[in-house]
Design a protein around this ligand. Structure first.
Ligand SMILES: C[S@@+](CC[C@H](N)C(=O)[O-])C[C@H]1O[C@@H](n2cnc3c(N)ncnc32)[C@H](O)[C@@H]1O
Length: 280
């Protein structure tokens, strides 16, 4: 198989090598049968880096592994699927129960710490700040900290830019919010600067030792643990448990749970949404 002169078929040995590399660098587990994923994701990297085949790119990784090339390959192998107000119900739970409860509990301190871990291209933290602006104007005078992290530097660069294509804002963002919080510039939508500046975007690998992070009132760790094995999930959840304030909340993706992985959390239902709190 070729794409514009770059042969992209991956051999079994090269596939195993890429699986090991991605597991070492990002803790992402690639199962057998995912050869097509390696081929479709890495063919453009091979081409843009001037290799004539995927095999040539992987040979370079095997024998020299230049850090920038490794980073490009890891970036390409991450799945950055996301959307504004993804799955809707969790944001309803935040708006109607979680944020009002946290505001009540923090009235004296007047500060909230929130972490969007694995924020991808930024739609998740931007959904949060739009919600704050629209429904919790009192937060504007608080000392809040919204941290948004991801391993993929390409996704983070896009998140930091605050620029979204029409197709991206069409997914999940109601038209009145688009008109209110974005400006159109040269065919793209740019989120208002005051919203963009509310978020601290940083590169961070959840599977590596973490830098110092303040105690959190709310952690969104959504749709990322599906890529990890149980040991990695447990290690991340243990650290999240230590980071959460005793009355803080953890939100996972719809298909994810702490159950059977780490037992310091209890599950709470808010409408259709399962959220997690530290056990007393
Ligand atoms: C499917 S997106 C989820 C985005 C967002 N949380 C959501 O639910 O819409 C998964 C993100 O996890 C990131 N990721 C994968 N492995 C990671 C790791 N070891 N550390 C940090 N982020 C990672 C990917 O780069 C990707 O942006």
């Amino acid at each position: 198989m070729t794409t514009n002169d770059t042969t992209i078929q991956v051999s079994p040995g090269d596939f195993r090598y890429v699986c090991e590399l991605i597991k070492d660098e990002a803790a992402i587990v690639l199962e057998d049968g995912k050869e097509y994923l390696v081929e479709t994701r890495l063919a453009p990297v091979a081409k843009s880096e001037g290799f004539h085949s995927l095999a040539e790119l992987i040979a370079k990784l095997r024998y020299q592994a230049p850090a920038p090339l490794v980073k490009k390959v890891v970036n390409a192998m991450t799945t950055n699927e996301t959307s504004f107000y993804r799955d809707m119900h969790p944001f309803k739970a935040l708006q109607t129960v979680i944020i009002p409860e946290l505001i009540q509990a923090r009235t004296a301190a007047r500060s909230l710490n929130i972490w969007s871990a694995a924020c991808s291209t930024g739609q998740e933290p931007y959904s949060l700040v739009m919600m704050f602006k629209d429904h919790f104007p009192q937060l504007a005078t608080w000392h809040n900290y919204l941290l948004a992290t991801d391993l993929c530097t390409d996704a983070l660069d896009k998140a930091k830019s605050g620029l979204f294509r029409q197709i991206e804002v069409n997914r999940g963002l109601p038209a009145p919010q688009l008109m209110k919080h974005f400006a159109k510039t040269a065919g793209e939508w740019f989120i208002r600067e005051d919203l963009r500046k509310m978020i601290d975007f940083r590169e961070m690998n959840l599977a590596s030792p973490w830098p110092p992070i303040p105690q959190m009132d709310l952690v969104l760790l959504r749709n990322v643990m599906i890529y990890f094995n149980n040991d990695t999930k447990r290690s991340i959840l243990e650290r999240v448990a230590r980071l959460l304030k005793p009355d803080g909340y953890l939100m996972l993706g719809a298909s994810e749970t702490t159950w059977g992985v780490e037992d310091s959390f209890e599950r709470i239902m808010i409408g259709n949404t399962t959220v997690f709190k530290r056990k007393a």
